[in-house]
Design a protein around this ligand. Structure first.
Ligand code: NOJ
Ligand code: CA
Length: 672
């Protein structure tokens, strides 16, 4: 009996013999995708790299809520391949020109039974990875599609180490990355980054998450990761055919830095829908923010209210004096008094508090060449916000406020949706289909007013900035705020983790630049001073905050100079060296000058790195303005050991960077 049972189990575990029905290789031939249909008509795919298995046989399919599964009885009906090679220009970004070069395979499957339902699967194979998606064509017997679960798998073919954060936990995306063997991954968010035993780096994520549920990955048997769609209040996804799912992406590189240099996610998004977005100005900002997280001031009104006319003027003056374009002010509007966390329905996004002269301040800012940055914290009363947002954006537009930070503070799964005024309130996830559509509605409403959006507690980034270039940045990870009050604060390995995981998705509003290196109540930040500067280069965002208090910058004017100088819009980006979770050195060329910038960060380990300056332009002389850890710099014992020095350098020279524990280096190469 026992052996009969185990034979039976084995028979279910192994895929029945599968035939390869279609295949496609990357332009340079290193990556190859094979599509299989087995004897039961089940679909699968596999990926090989340089002739070796990368993704083993992995299942494809869908479970529907309002119909039979798409799983077996399928046969290949059509197939077509094409090649594509185009270079496009980003209006702003980490690089100006992006090459989009792939071979595409489009496979059409049909059920052999009486319904003849159809499902297409499209693969795009780049030299640095693969994207594939399901497409539901228009068809007579399938109109509304309610997706319960996507049965997509990624069977990692070799043992691997994984860097990941858990999905479905209360604090959304704000977790420390854990490093485990792939076999110990639980249910992870994407991007998840892997390094195989042989040293190949893989990142699995998605591109163009539009009108769909975000995908998490649950660990199955062996090296198998299985799609787990974020639940929705009706089904996980409800769509009408024809439609396409987001792209499921597999990025591959030998070097960890190759993942960072890849533009695969952007390339799989649709081109710019907004037209000319030159009204968005990549820039830096200061504001009434860190004081709130330090608990020196409050969002709510009262004796400690941060958003007062007088306090804001102080920040505007500071911004004007030091050349910052933006001043963010949180707590400016009605609704923060009391427990705003618990009740976002009290927020009014059109009314300032009595002690905040919104119009007067906007005019004052304008007279000084500064722009207020708006703030819309919803506390997750999302439908309430949607009812006001058009008016709220119109108000900001009238006042010359052209960037808005939005926020969705509440536990995961607690987004409040109310489809009709006074109707029932149902709860949704931050990463579900409802929020995917909400963010699109916000982007479109904001774009009409020429307003850029920086979302905190957002849905994950999947490269939509290509299509909506007013979605300029977001949070979606543990930012600097955890250094104010986090228990624990961010450890030194946090940025070396972020660079190779979260940052693969897109820009992050991390809010660097806390030069005092202290959080609330004197909590120690686990960085050196030079490290806070390096973050501006290694963490890409077209808007970056100088997060610390003006009085703290006055005490560190030498370090502050780098924060004033560093651009936020780039011609080019390269990763000089790095290992996931250990260290990274990134260089970027300014989009508006001939200068290059370098940022280097390390975990708790002090390191000496040799950096060949082969990226510098040939035949040009540079002055390297170096901001580095001084002798003995160490976040625990000597965080303020700091040196600013200058050297003449040129292409072909090599710099030796000494980074202390939790340390970093920041360099501006000024072209002569
Ligand atoms: C969380 C955001 O990440 C933070 O930056 C903001 O200050 C608070 N929410 C209040 O909106
Ligand atoms: Ca946050």
């Amino acid at each position: 009996m026992r052996s009969y049972l185990s034979i039976l189990l084995l028979a279910f575990a192994l895929p029945a013999h599968a035939d390869t029905v279609a295949e496609v290789s990357s332009p340079d031939g290193t990556l190859k995708v094979e599509v299989d249909v087995n004897g039961e008509g089940r679909l699968g795919y596999s990926v090989s790299r340089k002739g070796e298995p990368l993704i083993g046989y992995s299942r494809l399919g869908m479970n529907l809520r309002n119909g039979r599964e798409f799983l077996r009885g399928l046969k290949l009906d059509t197939k077509a391949t094409r090649s594509f090679d185009e270079t496009w220009e980003q209006p702003w970004g980490e690089r100006r020109f992006v090459r989009n070069h792939y071979n595409e395979l489009r496979t059409g499957f049909v059920e052999g039974d009486r319904d003849h339902r159809r499902l297409d699967i499209v693969f795009r194979v780049f030299d640095d990875g693969v994207g594939f998606r399901y497409e539901f064509p228009k068809q007579p017997r399938l109109d509304e599609v309610q997706i319960q679960q996507e049965l997509t798998e990624f069977a990692i073919a070799q043992p691997a180490t994984a860097w990941w954060i858990p999905a479905y936990e209360w604090n959304r995306e704000e977790y420390l990355y854990t490093k485990t063997p792939l076999s110990e991954v639980g249910t992870a968010q994407t991007p998840i980054t892997l390094r195989t035993e042989k040293g190949t780096h893989i990142a699995i994520h998605e591109a163009a998450l539009v009108d769909y549920a975000g995908m998490n990955l649950a660990k199955g048997e062996g090296g198998r990761l299985r799609a787990s769609l974020t639940p929705g209040s009706v089904a996980n996804v409800v769509r009408r055919a024809p439609f396409a799912t987001p792209w499921r992406t597999i990025q591959v590189a030998d070097r960890a830095g190759g993942l960072v240099e890849s533009s695969l996610i952007l390339n799989l998004n649709e081109p710019n829908k907004l037209g000319d977005v030159s009204w968005f100005k990549p820039s830096k900002y200061v504001g009434v923010w860190w004081s709130l997280h330090l608990d020196q001031q409050t969002w709510g009104t009262g004796p400690k209210h941060g958003a007062t006319t007088e306090n804001t003027k102080r920040y505007i003056d500071f911004a004007a004096k030091h050349g910052f374009r933006g001043v963010l002010v949180e707590g400016w509007n009605v609704g923060w008094d009391g427990d705003w966390f618990a009740n976002g329905w009290n927020f009014d996004f059109r009314k300032p508090t009595p002690d905040y002269d919104l119009e007067g301040l906007a005019a004052y800012a304008k007279s000084k060449g500064v722009h207020l940055i708006g703030h819309h914290e919803t506390a997750c009363a999302v439908s309430h916000y949607e009812r006001q947002m058009d008016e709220a954006f119109a108000l900001f537009e009238k006042l010359g406020i052209d960037a808005v930070k939005t926020g969705y503070v509440c536990d995961a799964g607690q987004i409040e949706r109310q489809d009709e005024t006074n109707g029932p309130v149902v709860r949704e996830w931050h990463e579900g289909q409802f929020m995917s559509n909400h963010h699109t509605r916000v982007l479109e409403a904001a774009a009409k007013r020429h307003i850029a959006i920086d979302a905190h507690e957002p849905i994950k980034d999947t490269g939509l900035r290509r299509t909506y270039p007013n979605w300029v940045s977001r949070e979606g990870a543990r930012g600097q705020e955890f250094n104010a009050w986090g228990n624990p604060p961010n450890p030194p390995e946090h940025e070396p983790n972020l660079i190779f995981t979260r940052m693969l998705a897109g820009p992050m509003d991390f809010t660097p630049g806390v030069v005092s290196l202290k959080g609330r109540g004197g909590q120690v930040i686990q960085n050196t001073l030079a490290r806070q500067l390096a973050d501006y280069v290694v963490l890409y965002s077209p808007i970056h905050m100088a997060a610390d208090l003006p009085e703290h910058y006055e005490q560190h004017m030498d370090a502050f100079q780098f924060i004033k100088d560093v651009p936020t819009d780039w011609q080019d980006t390269r990763v000089v060296n790095g290992e996931v979770g250990d260290y990274a050195t990134i260089v970027r060329k300014d989009r508006n000058s001939e200068d290059w910038y370098l940022g280097s960060v390390t975990d708790e380990e002090a390191r000496t790195l040799q950096v060949p300056l082969s990226f510098l332009d040939a035949g040009r002389a540079y002055t390297a303005q170096i901001y580095r850890d001084g002798d003995g710099a160490d976040w625990k014992t000597s965080p303020f050991a700091f040196v600013r020095e200058e050297r003449a350098v040129k292409r072909g020279d090599t710099l030796t960077l000494k980074l202390g524990s939790g340390g970093g280096a920041a360099i501006r190469f000024v072209a002569k």
